[in-house]
Design a protein around this ligand. Structure first.
Ligand code: HEM
Length: 482
């Protein structure tokens, strides 16, 4: 599966970027630097190869599958300054990273309930300096490793410990199966043992200092080279999901659809009896709306391959779930142009900015937080996604997707002005989700946003040699957690 070109030194890369760990438990420690010297000492210990000195930051070498916990680190611009990075070096980082996620809120659709002034306490104000993430197969190992990190004398101030836990079947809140589509990279993944038939992308879409998919242009590497090279960025987002509202919306759409003659073309009557399990007409139309909003049925089967059933025959196995494009569905009759997935990755569809089709790829490492929603016992609780969206350029990839494609629909004039129905910053006054049915279209209006941003940060994920470089700096902040 992984066959690395000699240009890439996996031992120098943090481990969760090009390949996920598949661990069920995560704890993200949101930290401030209490003492620069003590924090740098921890960075030194955590890359020393000595597990006894500190839990080691996991690199990207093919790891021992029995490794029980993995540790990674992301640092904000205030964190880099606190560790002693010079102003001129900080200045060489991209503008949006230096500004920070909260300052970019208008571009990200973080307004109203998602406005940074409504974020959770730990994300507000100064002092989000770094995030150390612990991934484990069980909750006890996660706690043990996280506690060791927090016990480091004088190094960090704890702002929050955010726990995520994977659900059975790879589901996330809203009930969809996630983590099916991830980019594969030239020089990393084996073209003779591909995960799916999607085009490979240049590794510079993820790592600084390498050729990117945009006509082989390179993103500028923050200086000095040892700090910037082989690093990447992570847009970390705490995304609260309004699950009950989402489910109510599906019901309201099914109520409307069942009276709409177009539903007979959308889902020929009786089709739902062939589903596995068979469903009532109303329940099937609910599922159809959920699929049209995302681009996949909730079990992961793509609309592009199975437009009228989540249980096609012959069955699509896991390996086939990502083998499709949109070129043969130019109008979105099967998979709506405005659906979450087609917006986020238009694949081979015609787009206004044609050269960006495969250039804005993201690695997504998300995990749910909060209790799984049970419609027969709908407990009120905060629940959502701890989402890591990784890339080489926050503006060129993450923000471009979130702004141009998600919030504005600029990729295709037919959806321009509408917002992503699952994720977007929707307001009942203007919201519109529309998809074609033959020559006509189904339109739903008047819905609110189902995802509220509750916090987040732009993090730089340095290479291992960059972490050692940081460990050897001097100056920075000397005392007191902020
Ligand atoms: C709570 C918020 C979100 C939920 C519930 C969600 C859910 C999903 C699901 C279920 C999939 C399909 C699974 C797969 O193919 O792997 C998906 C795909 C995807 N999502 Fe999200 N997502 C969320 C936020 C975001 C954000 C913030 C972005 C980026 C700005 C994003 C970008 C993508 C991309 C790029 C894909 C893959 C599309 C493809 O390759 O075809 N998602 N999402």
């Amino acid at each position: 599966m992984v066959s690395v070109s000699s240009a890439l030194n996996l031992a120098d890369l943090q481990g969760n970027i090009l390949r996920g760990y598949g661990k069920q438990y995560v704890r993200h420690l949101v930290l401030s630097v209490a003492s620069s010297a003590a924090a740098r000492r921890w960075l030194f210990d955590a890359t020393s190869g000595d597990e006894g000195a500190a839990p080691q930051i996991t690199n990207a070498e093919p790891w021992d599958e029995r490794r029980r916990t993995c540790v990674n680190i992301g640092i904000t611009q205030t964190g880099l300054a606190a560790l002693g990075v010079s102003p001129s070096s900080l200045n060489s980082f991209p503008h949006e990273f230096v500004a920070g996620m909260a300052a970019r809120n208008m571009l990200l659709g973080d307004t109203g309930p998602s406005d940074p002034s409504n974020w959770k306490e730990e994300w507000r104000g100064e002092g989000v300096d770094l995030m150390i993430s612990v991934y484990a197969d069980d909750a006890a190992d996660r706690s043990a490793t996280a506690d060791r990190i927090l016990a480091t004398r004088g190094a960090f101030g704890l702002r929050a410990a955010l726990d995520g836990e994977g659900f059975a079947g790879g589901l996330v809140h809203f009930g969809y199966r996630d983590s099916i589509s991830q980019p594969q990279f030239y020089g990393v993944h084996d073209p003779d043992d591909r995960r799916d038939d999607q085009p490979f992308v240049e590794v510079g879409a993820m790592l600084l200092g390498h050729a990117t998919p945009i006509e082989n242009l390179r993103w500028e590497v923050p200086q000095p080279n040892v700090l910037g090279s082989n690093g990447s960025f992570n847009a970390f987002r705490v995304l609260e999901q309004q699950v009950a509202e989402f489910e109510d919306f599906l019901s309201a759409c099914a109520d409307a659809l069942i009276k709409n003659p177009l539903s007979e073309t959308l889902l020929p009557p009786g089709t739902e009896n062939q589903w596995d399990p068979p469903m009532s007409r109303h329940a099937a139309l609910r599922e159809m709306v959920a699929a049209k909003m995302l681009g996949r049925w909730r079990n992961g089967v793509p609309l592009a391959l199975a437009p009228t059933t989540p249980s096609p025959q012959p069955r699509i196995d896991d390996a086939g779930l990502n083998n499709y494009g949109y070129a043969s569905d130019p109008d979105g009759q099967r998979c709506p142009i405005g659906s979450h997935m087609r917006r986020s990755n238009p694949r081979d569809a015609k787009t206004v900015q044609r050269n960006t089709n495969h250039a804005r790829r993201l690695i997504r490492r998300g995990i749910p937080y909060g209790p799984q929603y049970n419609p027969s016992n709908p407990v009120k609780a905060e629940r959502g996604l701890l989402g890591s969206f990784m890339c080489a350029s926050l503006t060129g990839q993450f923000e471009a997707i979130q702004y141009d494609w998600t919030n504005l629909g600029l990729q295709d004039p037919r959806i321009t002005g509408s917002n992503d129905p699952v994720l977007g910053n929707n307001d009942p006054l203007f919201s519109l989700f529309s998809f074609p049915v033959g020559e006509d279209a189904v339109k739903f209006r008047g819905f609110s946003r189902f995802v509220h941003t509750r916090g987040g940060a732009y993090l730089f994920q340095p290479s291992i040699s960059a972490i050692r470089y940081l460990a050897a700096l001097s100056g920075g902040r000397t005392s007191n957690a902020r």
